[in-house]
Design a protein around this ligand. Structure first.
Ligand SMILES: Nc1ncnc2c1ncn2[C@@H]1O[C@H](COP(=O)(O)OP(=O)(O)OP(=O)(O)O)[C@@H](O)[C@H]1O
Length: 300
């Protein structure tokens, strides 16, 4: 891992009496794609707004490139931000919007290049107010990556995008990462986080409940083997639970070995395992478990 780009230590964000972010501590290293995921209202946007320099912390410290994010002159030229909702003026054209945000960023780039990344070249002269929802999201992304920033925040970047636009966006993100950019992502599309993130932090009700790589997060929960038996079949091994009728389920932390044991047992007893499936633990399972797990357990 490289140098820390983002260092958050015991961050708290409150709105009046309501504490939206509680004692959040995370570090994001240079070149990393860190996905901050969580349930609705978990506090992700509130935390990111502080890290981006848009909001003041109630307490705690945040450093971006070793500086306070409030020090906009030091930090802003090095970061590109795609917010959940764009603040573009409806009267500006796509091209004017990119030029304006580009000028404010202090970086230099070609407007054509960034509009090309998101296939908006044909819409360069179209006013923002006349762009579709997906086109506006793509314009947001184009402005966030203008000048190839070292640090890019993507807040639900692919919401409302068709599959071609998603693929193009992720291709552009991977290219930026190839050049060493660091990316912070929030999304409700867990498969995207699973596919692209180096590390994932899961927030629920203001706290970071767990953090790690996908294998680290999924390792903590059992995988599942499922099958059905014909009436009169012998009792299956491995403490198989019987949730309904003739359907069985085995939870296991040793999927391969237990699957072999089950198949050997079926062979020996000449039993058919109808609808046999063996599924590794998915990020969705970790996510669901978070809501019922009262104990915060960040791993690192
Ligand atoms: N300006 C505000 N004033 C009062 N409460 C707020 C404000 N902004 C956010 N909140 C509350 O703080 C909590 C965290 O909101 P936040 O937008 O940070 O969550 P989130 O994790 O980004 O959620 P989502 O996934 O739904 O976008 C929510 O309960 C929200 O209602």
């Amino acid at each position: 891992m490289g140098q820390p780009v983002i260092e958050v230590d015991r961050l708290n964000v409150s709105y009046g009496d309501f504490q939206a972010v509680k004692e959040l501590s995370i570090q994001v290293e240079q070149g990393e794609l860190y996905a901050l995921l969580g349930t609705n209202g978990a506090g992700k946007t509130s935390a990111l707004e502080v890290i981006e320099g848009h909001r003041k912390a109630s307490s705690g410290t945040v450093r971006v490139f070793g500086e306070s994010p409030a020090d906009r002159r030091a930090v802003r030229p090095r970061m590109g931000i795609m917010l959940q909702e764009s603040g573009f003026s409806a009267d500006l054209t796509a091209e004017e919007s990119v030029r304006l945000v580009g000028r404010l960023s202090g970086r230099s780039d070609s407007v054509d290049r960034v509009l090309g990344i998101v296939d908006l070249t044909r819409k360069a002269a179209t006013r923002v107010g006349q762009l579709s929802g997906g086109e506006k999201r793509r314009l947001d992304f184009a402005t966030a990556v203008y000048g190839r920033p070292e640090l890019i925040f993507l807040d639900e970047p692919t919401t409302g995008l068709d599959i071609q636009s998603r693929d193009a966006l992720w291709e552009a993100v991977e290219e930026l990462r190839g050049n060493g950019s660091t990316v912070v992502l929030t999304t409700h599309y867990l498969e995207e986080a699973q596919q692209h993130a180096d590390r994932i932090g899961l927030m629920h009700r203001g706290t970071l409940r767990t953090q790690g790589t996908v294998p680290e997060l999924t390792r903590a929960l059992p995988a599942a083997i499922e099958f059905s038996l014909s009436p009169g079949a012998p009792v299956p091994p491995l403490g198989a639970a019987q949730p309904a009728g003739l359907a069985y389920q085995i939870e296991t932390f040793e999927l391969q070995a237990d699957l072999k044991r089950l198949l050997d047992w079926a062979d020996q007893h000449d039993v058919d395992l109808h609808g046999l499936s063996a599924a590794p633990t998915r990020l969705d399972d970790v996510f669901r478990a978070i809501e019922t797990d009262p104990v915060p357990t960040p791993t690192r």
